[in-house]
Design a protein around this ligand. Structure first.
Ligand code: AMP
Length: 430
């Protein structure tokens, strides 16, 4: 019979890889806590309209990549509601922010999330149809200071700290400002005008974008179109005084903190809700990501809450591609061995199995990491398993059980010694 496999673009995360996933998530939680963030968990699916309005109908995500279905509820009221697996989490967070009246406190909200997102993209290394994001959002009513450039710099400095703490090598922060909604309207008009006489020379996607969402043309990686794109007007020349001053303040604060960045005038990002600061962190070639070298992206979204029917609540946030972060860490630390268990408890015969399990129980309760063998197996097999899994092996034979004096083999040192039961936990932890 044909076997059933995981769906294309999805994958199982298995040990020992999951140890690294847990480490990354624990480090993110610890760093976020130091900056005053609390966790939010929103549903994996939402009303389709949330993403259509929040992310934008014209984005690739909404126009081609969402998993959307008509729900067939039992009640008359849920019949035919269009639902979508979340392709990103910012719209969901802002929806929850509005729904729970969080703006009423007048305070700045700092929220983070960790969880899967879903996009029907062409699967390749570093690009999946179910992938994980670690993200955070800072938002609040204008009088909470949520639109201050200080917040942009704080979020960027936190990301630099997180990547450094995880040991990501060679990260690069690209920064830009896409201006206010008004600046973007003027810039879009200028782009449309500049593209009109040349767009017929571009790929089909860019011809369409030139009409519907000319900013997206700047995102294009189409090799044949790069010359035209490089010659297009730059957003920096269309920023109003406020946007320019805001961007200058972000840069000054980053300079003061010693966080390095490069200005990338083409960085507009694929989602419609961004205003003013946009950013992306990439890693160098050879970091295990191939062409998908964007580790994380984000930016400011001053009008998103209002687009979703909420109060004025400027904000800034980011989403780290956790799958890509893990691939990077694995590629950059390829030479590191996975951690071994403290000890392997090896019964010498089936009769010693209960005693071995009892000893393992004591040692585990003392906080040690332990695997237990099986006395039914040949001795050679136990030794091989022990050497592979653990730093040390405790032999549990009839004599040992009776005398309370256990033989401990240290694989790295190639030594063997006898240790009384009461000293075992201490001896094995060193
Ligand atoms: P975005 O939500 O598009 O701004 O993406 C933020 C980050 O999520 C990117 O920089 C990637 O690291 C990651 N990401 C986006 N799409 C995928 C995907 N299909 N598979 C894996 N990671 C992704």
């Amino acid at each position: 019979m044909a076997t059933i496999k995981a769906v294309r673009g999805t994958r199982d995360l298995l040990p020992p890889d999951t140890t690294l996933w847990n480490h990354v998530e624990a480090t993110a939680r610890a760093v976020f806590a130091r900056y005053g963030f609390g966790e939010i968990r929103t549903p994996l699916f939402e009303a389709t309209e949330l993403f259509a309005r929040g992310v934008g109908e014209e984005t690739d995500i909404v126009s081609k990549e969402m998993y959307t279905w008509e729900d067939r509820g039992r009640a008359e009221s849920d019949k035919g509601q269009s639902l979508t697996l979340r392709p990103e989490n910012t719209a969901g967070v802002v929806r929850a922010y509005i729904e729970h009246g969080m703006a009423d406190s007048g305070m700045l909200e700092k929220l983070f999330y960790i969880g899967p997102q879903f996009r029907r993209e062409r699967p390749q290394r570093g690009r999946y149809r179910q992938f994980w994001q670690i993200g955070a959002e800072v938002l609040g009513p204008p009088w909470s200071g949520s639109d201050s450039a200080l917040r942009d710099a704080e979020v960027l400095e936190m990301l630099a700290t997180l990547l450094d703490e995880l040991g990501v090598k060679g990260w690069r922060l690209a920064l830009n400002s896409v201006g206010s909604a008004e600046d973007r309207t003027r810039y879009s008009a200028a782009l449309r005008e500049a593209l009109a006489p040349v767009k017929h020379l571009m790929c089909e996607d860019n011809q369409r974008r030139a009409e519907t969402n000319p900013l997206r043309v700047l995102d294009s990686k189409e090799p044949g179109d790069q010359e035209i794109i490089n010659g297009l007007p730059k957003i920096a020349d269309f920023l109003g005084d406020d946007s320019r001053a805001h961007f200058d303040q972000v840069k000054a604060a980053l300079d003061a903190c010693g966080v390095p960045y490069v200005i990338d005038p083409r960085l507009v990002r694929g989602l419609d809700y961004y205003t003013r600061t946009t950013f992306e962190f990439t890693v160098p070639d050879g970091s295990g990501l191939g062409t998908q070298n964007a580790l994380l992206g984000g930016g400011r979204y001053d009008g998103l809450s209002e687009m979703l029917g909420g109060p004025k609540a400027p904000g800034i946030g980011f989403a780290i591609g956790e799958d890509r972060l893990i691939l990077t860490l694995q590629a950059q630390a390829a030479e590191k061995q996975p951690a071994k268990l403290d000890a392997f408890v090896a019964p010498m015969g089936a009769a010693q199995n209960p005693a071995a399990l009892k000893l393992a129980r004591e040692l585990r309760r003392a906080g040690l990491t332990i695997e237990v063998g099986d006395g039914n197996f040949r001795l050679k097999k136990s030794f091989e398993a022990a050497d592979k899994l653990a730093r040390k092996m405790v032999i549990v034979g009839e004599d040992e059980v009776n005398s309370g004096l256990f033989t401990v083999k240290n694989f790295a040192a190639g030594e063997q010694e006898k240790i009384p039961r009461e000293d075992l936990a201490t001896a094995l932890s060193s």
